[in-house]
Design a protein around this ligand. Structure first.
Ligand code: PLP
Length: 435
């Protein structure tokens, strides 16, 4: 079969760059190999690009499209709402129903507040934590991503030369132009080291500990047994607010997210992505006494588009579907098969790699001998070679993230999984031949 080519996308991006920096609208769509792609449409698990390629998609919108690109129930719900008006500047039954579903599904959710992006919802969670505790300090972890804003874009991908010793990691800005003052109260720790975080929390001056409870931004790293429990216990003892950033894991790794799957309940949790299957919806959910500071405690949170009715209609339809356990069970089985197929492909080619995470979102770490335990372990990943692998996959009609993550949806059926495994075997063989 002729390999896919991407010349039209390349030319269009080049031309668009005259009006839009880099020809894209997000940093994370820029600088990918062989080019950022330009799409005409999507359906199910497939993307159709400008060059006429029909690609099996594992970006899935970078996580949101858990029911595939064109779920009829979500689209019908949104379409029906389009005829009822676009933005009321007030409440609707739809957001009350969406709130009911979030509170039913998510263990920590006694209350919920909707927003429009994960980045801003994180800001609300931290503001609530500071208001509830009267403290300023926030602990975050190397390699964990909580959005692009100045207050949290610290040590997400720190360069080895700047990251300092593991016992006392340095706080490295993630962007040129970032306000140094925004990091004054943010302290960076190494994740999965219970002693380090428990000792730090014990000093009693921390407002919030924020983490991806299972980390999917720099590799897929699961918490070591007992780690989350130890942090939970230290937070409870000191009145520190534990925040799980479930923007990736929420509604994806289980109906109630990582907190359900891992059995540890935070005080607050942040959601986005899969909550609305492609519509711009985010949420902060958690303890009633903390959340109610939005009503009675002087905590301000606004947003013209919060709980926009069309997006809320999509949220309700998405969460209703994700409420049925069979949905996750089916993804679980297919994801496991995909992970095992990849492991066999690497093994058969004599290529060292780990395949870690959950079946609904996992990560391939090329060059790793064993599953990573924290960010520093992921520095051994052969990223340049993995980019050659994702480029080879793209030429074979499979689109996967260059950073190693694989997002599944309910629409990745057995046939799609088989085709993907075959493409992976072929791409691995091609990359192995290069060496
Ligand atoms: N938190 C995590 C764990 C994320 O993965 C992301 C985005 O990828 C965000 C926060 C930011 O969400 P958004 O891109 O909706 O602002």
């Amino acid at each position: 079969m002729k390999p896919c080519s991407f010349e039209r996308s390349k030319a269009r991006i080049h031309a668009a760059a005259g009006r839009m920096p880099g020809g894209v609208s997000s940093h994370f769509r820029f600088g990918v190999s062989p080019t950022p792609l330009v799409f005409r449409k999507a359906e199910g698990v497939h993307l159709h690009d400008l060059d006429g390629n029909r690609l099996i998609d594992y970006y899935m919108g970078l996580g949101p499209m858990i029911l595939g690109h064109t779920p009829a129930d979500v689209i019908d719900a949104a379409r029906r709402q389009l005829d009822q008006g676009l933005l009321y500047g007030g409440q609707s039954e739809l957001e009350f129903e969406a709130a009911r579903l979030v509170c039913e599904l998510v263990p920590c959710a006694e209350r919920v507040r909707f927003a429009s992006s994960g980045s801003e919802a994180v800001q609300l969670a931290l503001r609530l934590a500071r208001a509830a505790t009267g403290r300023g300090r926030v602990l975050k972890f190397e390699g964990h991503y909580h959005g692009w804003l100045d207050s949290v874009l610290w040590s997400v991908a720190p360069p080895p030369a700047a990251m300092g010793p593991e016992d006392h990691p340095a706080s490295c800005p993630g962007s040129a132009g970032q306000d140094p003052g925004a990091g004054r109260d943010v302290e960076v720790l190494s994740w999965n080291r219970p002693g380090q975080v428990v000792d730090r929390i014990a000093r009693g001056d921390v407002a919030a500990v924020i983490m991806e409870a299972a980390m999917f931004n720099s590799g897929a790293i699961l918490p070591l047994p007992g780690y989350l429990e130890a942090v939970r216990e230290a937070c409870t003892r000191t009145g520190t607010i534990l925040v799980f950033d479930e923007v990736i894991t929420g509604f994806r790794v289980a109906p109630g997210g990582a907190q359900e799957r891992l059995g540890v309940v935070p005080d607050l949790a942040v959601f986005a992505k899969a909550i609305a299957n492609g519509f711009p919806v985010a949420a902060v959910a958690g303890r009633g006494d903390v959340m109610d500071r939005l009503a009675t405690g002087g905590v301000v949170h606004g947003g013209t588009y919060n709980a926009q009715p069309v997006a809320m209609a999509a949220t309700v339809a998405t969460l209703k579907r994700l409420s049925a356990p069979q949905v996750h069970e089916a993804m679980e089985a297919r994801g496991r098969r995909l992970m095992a197929g990849f492991e066999a492909a690497f093994r058969d080619a004599g290529m060292t790699a780990t395949v870690t995470g959950f079946p609904q979102i996992f990560h391939v770490g090329l060059g790793l001998e064993k599953p990573p335990v924290n960010y520093r372990d992921t520095l051994a990943i052969d990223r340049a070679r993995y980019v050659r692998l994702t480029t080879a996959l793209l030429e074979r009609g499979v689109r996967a993230l260059e950073r190693g993550a694989w997002f599944l949806s309910t629409e990745h059926d057995d046939q799609v999984i088989d085709t993907t495994i075959e493409a992976m075997r072929d791409a691995v063989a091609a990359v192995a031949r290069e060496a």
